[in-house]
Design a protein around this ligand. Structure first.
Ligand code: TGC
Ligand code: FAD
Length: 392
């Protein structure tokens, strides 16, 4: 039978838009993941735990992936497009591995890098870039997810200190973190704090029963009279603009990352369809299967082109938040659809962890919810298009 001569995961030839440095960054990470993470990740998902998350973080630090798009403080200082390509490789392995990197680099490290004092940057960033220290980012609360403006976690003055009380929910890396970036209400509006997790009154408990992002630590944080010196406040973040700026960074990584998950699912489906014989011929030869493959490949090509374009805009310093929402909303939805379709191509094997498809599919349900749900990004785009906010 005729073999395909094209790259089914890159029908638009985005490959030719990449320069040699971008390809080299991607290749190095791809090879390391294939040898070190890919063989283990389905077991981690099945067990609901990464074997040695701190060890994994140190290895990712050695590779220069943590905070790789930040300058200085032993960060790699790479471009946004290089960071995006790295996210796609990580998420082709598993969204949980990309989450670990996103939260560390784009949420925790970025918040300190962008809003922290020089002392905070020196204290945390080099060790976080090396993966020796892990960070988490606490914005969501039990009663405040899509609408963080109503958060109840409170920081009050006590002499020169701050005292924090409240709860944060669904926090990636929470129980393995050395530092939690916690957003809290003060008399001066929302402010951010770098909270060492060994401070008395801080506790983190993992959230059980997840059927998605199982190769990722997700925790609840409890802050019960956590007393911090005044130097723990991030001085340059005022109001919700602080955490929402960090979210732009992480959402950018996601809009690239999910193209990796989609690529893995499409590739698995195309290979399976070529080999699986029913009614005397490979199922790839049936028009209905070809329709699925054409739809999946088209959706991936569109997503990859969009990610590439948004990467170039970010590298030129002119990527707007609504464009980040455009990418997050489109690419996550497209990746979910690709995984669901790929799952059907694999028949019964589509529900087995022997193939990566259902793992990616389940993970993408979380990715569609976190960092702003599909609906929130619809409303952000709606406001950008009409000028009328429809959130409330
Ligand atoms: P709004 O009044 O619109 O804005 C408040 C202030 O923030 C500014 N702003 C932004 N700044 C930078 N980037 C953005 N994307 C921004 N969006 C808004 C805005 O200009 C204003 O500034 P200022 O100076 O005038 O005060 O705020 P709102 O309360 O109406 O909320 C808007 C809304 C709904 C879009 C926002 O709350 C939102 O994005 N909600 C979704 C919440 C969310 O995404 N949570 C994510 C939690 S972290 C997470 O999920 C990590 S998952 C990690 C992983 O494992 O990968
Ligand atoms: P809700 O806000 O209660 O929303 C429920 C539903 O209502 C959604 O479909 C939503 O779109 C819809 N809805 C809400 N408001 C409107 C409206 N105005 N119009 C139309 N529909 C609306 N958070 C962190 O701070 N840090 C983390 O590290 C982190 N990691 C996470 C990891 C995982 C695995 C998961 C699943 C979540 C994580 N989150 C984290 C939390 C995540 O950001 C929130 O789950 C998300 O913002 C949605 O909040 P919610 O779950 O409270 O849903």
């Amino acid at each position: 039978m005729a073999q395909p001569t094209i790259d089914v995961a890159d029908l638009a030839d985005v490959e030719s838009l990449l320069d040699d440095d971008e390809k080299a960054v991607r290749q190095a990470l791809r090879e390391w993941l294939a040898a070190s993470v890919q063989p283990r990740v389905a077991d981690w998902f099945e067990a609901g735990r990464i074997d040695d998350p701190r060890g994994l973080a140190r290895q990712l630090g050695e590779l220069g992936v943590l905070g790789m798009h930040l300058e200085g403080y032993r960060c790699a200082g790479m471009t946004a497009t290089q960071y995006g390509l790295a996210c796609a490789e990580l998420e082709a392995c598993d969204s949980g591995v990309r989450s670990l990197v996103s939260v560390q680099g784009s949420l925790a490290m970025f918040s300190i890098w962008r809003f922290g004092s020089e002392e905070q940057k020196q204290q945390w960033l080099p060790a976080m870039a090396a993966g020796e220290k892990i960070g988490c980012f606490g914005l969501t609360e039990p009663d405040h997810g899509s609408d963080p403006s109503g958060m109840r976690t409170r920081a009050r003055r006590s002499g020169d200190d701050w005292v924090l009380d409240g709860r944060k929910m669904w926090i990636t890396n929470g129980s393995i973190a050395d530092v939690a970036i916690v957003w809290a209400q003060t008399d001066d509006g929302v402010r951010g704090f770098a909270v060492p997790t060994d401070t008395p009154g801080f506790a983190a408990a993992d959230i059980p029963h997840k059927l998605s992002l199982r190769a990722s630590v997700t925790s609840e944080l409890v802050l019960d009279g956590v007393r911090l010196p005044s130097s723990a406040m991030l001085p340059d973040a005022r109001g919700l603009r602080g955490p929402l700026s960090a979210l732009n960074e992480a959402r950018f990584g996601i809009l690239w990352g999910v193209t990796g998950a989609a690529r893995a699912a499409l590739t698995a489906a195309a290979e399976y369809a070529a080999e699986r014989v029913q009614f005397g011929r490979p199922i790839a030869g049936f028009q209905l299967t070809q329709h699925k493959l054409a739809d999946m490949a088209t959706a991936l090509a569109t997503s990859t082109l969009l990610a590439h374009r948004l990467g170039r805009l970010k590298d030129e310093g002119r990527l707007r938040p609504d464009q980040v929402s455009l990418g997050k909303r489109h690419n996550v939805r497209a990746a979910l659809e690709i995984c669901r379709t790929a799952r059907s191509v694999l028949g019964a094997y589509g529900i087995s962890l022997e193939y990566p498809v259902i793992r990616h599919m389940n993970n993408l349900e979380s990715v569609s919810t976190y960092e702003g749900t599909h609906e929130m990004h619809t409303l952000i785009l709606g406001e950008a298009i009409t000028g009328i906010p429809a959130f409330r």
